[in-house]
Design a protein around this ligand. Structure first.
Ligand SMILES: [Zn+2]
Length: 73
């Protein structure tokens, strides 16, 4: 059974895993899982490449100031 839906953003090379309950987890190549808001704040807004799958404001949701960077990384 394959309930998990894994997408890779071709622009940012980041994996987005949609869990069966509809929650999205962003998997960076290193570090803990993050949210779409974090991904947008840290990568997608700078990448600005066609094909980015993390441009939907409804899916991204509210971006908090703490989403922009992670102290220590
Ligand atoms: Zn992207």
């Amino acid at each position: 059974m394959s309930q998990n839906n894994l997408q890779v953003c071709p622009a940012c090379n980041v994996k987005i895993l949609t869990l069966p309950r509809g929650e999205d987890k962003v998997l960076f190549s290193v570090g803990p899982a993050a949210t779409r808001a974090m991904l947008w704040a840290r990568v997608c807004q700078y990448a600005q490449k066609p094909g980015c799958i993390n441009k939907n404001k409804d899916a991204i949701g509210e971006i908090k100031p703490s989403d922009y960077y992670e102290p220590g990384i």
